[in-house]
Design a binder for this molecule. Structure first.
Ligand SMILES: NC(=O)c1ccc[n+]([C@@H]2O[C@H](COP(=O)([O-])OP(=O)(O)OC[C@H]3O[C@@H](n4cnc5c(N)ncnc54)[C@H](OP(=O)(O)O)[C@@H]3O)[C@@H](O)[C@H]2O)c1
Length: 272
């Protein structure tokens, strides 16, 4: 069995309103899983839920939640208490390019909750449930930027490193209990985050891949028992061949430009 059907009957997907999370939700539904769709944008989640239910005759539940709030993940777990969940896709994340010292500390804390504590809590709560049922899977979405410090995105590269190491360790801890864990390390997936970050697509070293392609490659990695996956063969090769200090310099330059683009956008909001 190659798809996700072995992990039913319910999947929980965070960040399902857009990009990679939405593509995971579509794929889960296409494989016959019922879906819990979580993010802040209620309208988009409801519309997606209706579409998936009509197209694939599955059940869905929308849970509108801000996962940067301390009780967000706990509330999501409670909202799934009555469901037989076999798959967790812990994907929601956000960030902001720019110098660390220029960023607002309360905002850094909110992003830390979203990008680390939420994964911690969801992996812990659903990890227990999956181990009890003796079967299931967890996908944690980190970032390629987790493999080294990223100037102009210091906070997110540090937070995503937590997710990478947590998931890689859980891959080994939970496997004997029948729970499969894979960490996805996206680096150039074509989602709204690219524009939200102010990244100029012309500065990307390679053309981004689509979210469904990235999801397909991640599911293949999960099904073949791999702890981590960088979707996109070209990006894997580039990462292998580029010395660490050059990679840091290249990414730092690209993110400095992104931060400048964001600042210009804020200065002229009518053009945003
Ligand atoms: N695309 C890439 O190349 C790339 C690279 C590195 C890492 N990533 C990681 O991949 C994951 C998915 O990102 P994406 O590329 O698919 O970007 P995206 O299209 O912007 O999706 C981000 C998702 O996270 C949700 N989200 C953001 N803040 C949230 C909050 N406070 N509470 C609840 N949900 C929240 C958003 O929904 P709402 O706005 O509706 O809440 C949205 O569904 C993120 O963890 C991101 O860091 C992506």
């Amino acid at each position: 069995m190659n798809g996700l059907s072995a992990y039913g009957p319910w999947a929980v997907i965070t960040g399902a309103s857009s990009g990679i999370g939405r593509a995971f939700a579509e794929r889960c539904a296409a494989d016959g899983l019922n879906v819990v769709l979580a993010a802040r944008s209620t309208d988009r989640l409801q519309e997606l839920g209706r579409e998936l239910a009509n197209a694939h005759r599955i059940e869905h539940r929308v849970f509108a939640v801000d996962l940067s709030h301390e009780d967000g993940a706990t509330n999501l777990v409670a909202a799934c208490e009555d469901l037989n969940v076999g798959l967790l896709i812990s994907n929601a994340g956000n960030g902001r390019p720019g110098q660390y010292l220029d960023q607002d500390v309360p905002d850094l804390h909110r992003r830390l909750t979203l990008n680390t504590t939420t994964h911690l809590e969801l992996a812990h709560a659903f990890g227990h449930r999956l181990v009890r049922r003796g079967h299931g899977a967890i996908v944690l979405v980190s970032a390629l930027g987790a493999i080294h410090g990223l100037p102009n995105m210091a906070h997110e590269s540090a937070a995503k490193a937590y997710v990478l190491n947590l998931g890689e360790a859980l891959h080994h801890e939970l496997r004997p209990a029948g729970v499969h864990v894979t960490v996805m390390l996206p680096g150039n997936v074509d989602t709204p985050i690219i524009d939200k970050f102010g990244v100029d697509r012309a500065t990307l070293p390679i053309r981004p891949i689509t979210a469904p392609t990235a999801v397909r490659q991640t599911i293949r990695a999960l099904r073949s028992g791999r702890a981590t996956v960088v979707p996109d063969r070209r990006l894997r090769a580039l990462t292998r061949l580029t010395p660490r200090r050059i990679s840091i310099r290249m990414n730092s330059r690209m993110l400095a430009k992104a931060a400048a683009n964001l600042a210009a956008r804020t200065a002229t909001p009518e053009q945003a």
